[in-house]
Design a protein around this ligand. Structure first.
Ligand code: BG6
Length: 480
């Protein structure tokens, strides 16, 4: 990985959970690997009245992993009220003095790790304070925006408009941390560096594709946020849609940010919109028992904590191939998987060849136990021709010395080095909202109707299993 050039990173929402759990540990790891700039500082900004030392102390005790002192010495803090213009003036003063003290160039990444209602307010404040543009030669500004990016198409467009009024599109980094995962990036390498998969990677040979991301935890301390979002906004519209795009896209003309992101948008544009009927038959939502008594959740909440959906990509490569997504909280397993089911041979000669329509599958295990496995039939040793299914596996932990980098390490470094390949582009976000929004509106009209309850620790509502052959999220039924 390329080392970042000298710069300052300003994190808004510095006293929040994301900064403590993800951002600071990722930066500390980048430092250990020698990838942080020689001249560099992290300036945390949030409402709480810390000074540099008390902020470091708070983060030292609070972060999931220990933060080394030599890294923490690079971390500073500025109390900041996003609604107070004087705060922006003070921030500007602090940035100027830090730049002077550390001889930092006029290059700043602003990271919005704040609640989403500040995504518009902070950039506007930065502009008012003249912090939005670099004035020195070779200087730049970049802004990283966390998800959720809007809560529907209109609000996403509004936010895009507002950000683009202030920053150039190339300087806006909309994060989707799934794209920072090593195993997700590897989908592209698996597909586009190996000649053996591409000829089979289409409707002629693939029966169906399943993508699931299940979690064992519930909403924990994020009930307030989650109850307004739900599984569709929290997981499907961003993470799962991007996974699906990586699986379905055409090869880009080059591995540069724009050609790659062009291909993602083309997939989203080819999605078949749900008809009123398909919304009933091909989408299922559930809510885990006990959700309504979680902290921050409305007692009569109809927010979905689990979604199963089947849909089609109406393009040359994928016409007629069902894509099935499944995600939810408080389920039996924490795992993210992509399963490509290949079509069976036209005749089944052998006893036990396989059950169902697909005898071969390729499973990409995104997490945990990251691996890739190809299933095929093998003759059971002995008399006759009985077949059993076996698999060829590659496990990441079999690579010597290959601890997988965390998603935030990769994405933070990319933003600091100016590589937006793994960040969402505005048109892709808008297209993915276009796809899911009608379903969200349908659910809103439905209220409690069609919201199925499921037991914590189960596989989700039985009705979601209806989309799959026999209850396992790996088996979705093909349209007749
Ligand atoms: C986040 C969601 O974006 O992704 C969380 O807001 C979810 O609700 C998390 O738990 C899942 O991420 P991962 O990397 O643990 O699969």
């Amino acid at each position: 990985m390329k080392k970042a050039e000298d710069q300052l990173l300003v994190i808004f929402g510095a006293s929040g959970d994301l900064t403590g759990r993800k951002l600071l540990p990722a930066l500390a790891e980048l430092r250990t690997q020698g990838l942080l700039p020689d001249r560099f500082a992290v300036l945390g900004a949030a409402r709480t009245a810390y000074d540099d030392e008390s902020f470091r102390q708070f983060r030292r005790e609070d972060s999931g992993s220990p933060l080394p002192d030599d890294f923490l010495r690079q971390v500073r803090y500025q109390p900041f009220d996003p609604n107070d213009p004087a705060s922006y003036a003070a921030l500007r003063g602090r940035i100027e003095s830090l730049r002077e003290e550390l001889s930092l160039p006029d290059r700043i990444v602003f990271y919005l790790a704040t609640p989403p209602d500040l995504y518009g307010i902070v950039p506007s404040g930065l502009r008012e304070a003249g912090l939005d543009t670099a004035t020195e030669p070779g200087g730049w500004r970049r802004i990283v925006v966390e998800k959720p990016f809007g809560r529907d198409l209109e609000s996403a467009r509004e936010l895009n408009g507002l950000l683009r009024d202030i920053f150039a599109e190339r300087d806006i980094y909309r994060i989707d941390h799934y794209l920072g995962k090593e195993t997700v990036q590897n989908i592209l390498v698996l597909r586009f560096s190996n000649g053996i998969f591409e000829p089979l990677w289409n409707r002629n040979y693939i029966d169906r594709i399943e993508i699931s991301a299940t979690e064992t935890l519930g909403v924990e301390n994020r009930g307030g946020y989650y109850d307004r979002a739900g599984a569709m906004r929290d997981m499907v519209q961003n993470h799962l849609m991007h996974l699906m795009a990586f699986v379905a896209m055409e090869a880009p003309s080059s591995f540069e940010p724009e050609p790659l992101r062009d291909e993602i948008v083309k997939v989203f544009r080819s999605l078949r919109s749900y008809s009123a009927e398909a919304m009933e038959t091909d989408v299922v939502r559930g809510q885990y028992e006990g959700y309504r008594t979680e902290k921050g959740v409305a007692p009569d909440s109809t927010t979905e904590t689990c979604v199963a959906m089947r849909f089609y990509i109406d393009n040359w490569r994928w016409a007629g191939v069902p894509f099935c997504l499944f995600t939810g909280k408080k389920l039996r397993h924490k795992e993210s998987l992509i399963t490509i089911h290949f079509k069976s041979t036209p005749q089944r000669f052998f006893a036990g060849q396989c059950s169902g329509r697909s005898c071969n599958k390729l499973t990409v295990r995104i997490q945990p136990d990251e691996s890739i496995a190809l299933n095929f039939g093998l003759k059971t040793p002995g008399a006759g021709f009985r077949v059993r299914q076996v698999s060829m596996d590659f496990r990441y932990d079999s690579l010597p010395g290959s601890d997988l980098p965390g998603a935030y390490e990769r994405l933070l470094l990319d933003a600091m080095t100016g590589d937006s390949t793994l960040y969402a582009r505005s048109d892709a976000l808008e297209e993915s909202w276009k796809f899911v929004e009608p379903v969200l509106r349908h659910w809103q009209r439905q209220g409690d109707r069609g919201l199925y309850r499921y037991r914590a620790g189960s596989d989700g509502p039985a009705e979601a299993a209806r989309l799959f052959d026999d209850g396992a999220p790996e088996r979705c039924t093909k349209e007749d």
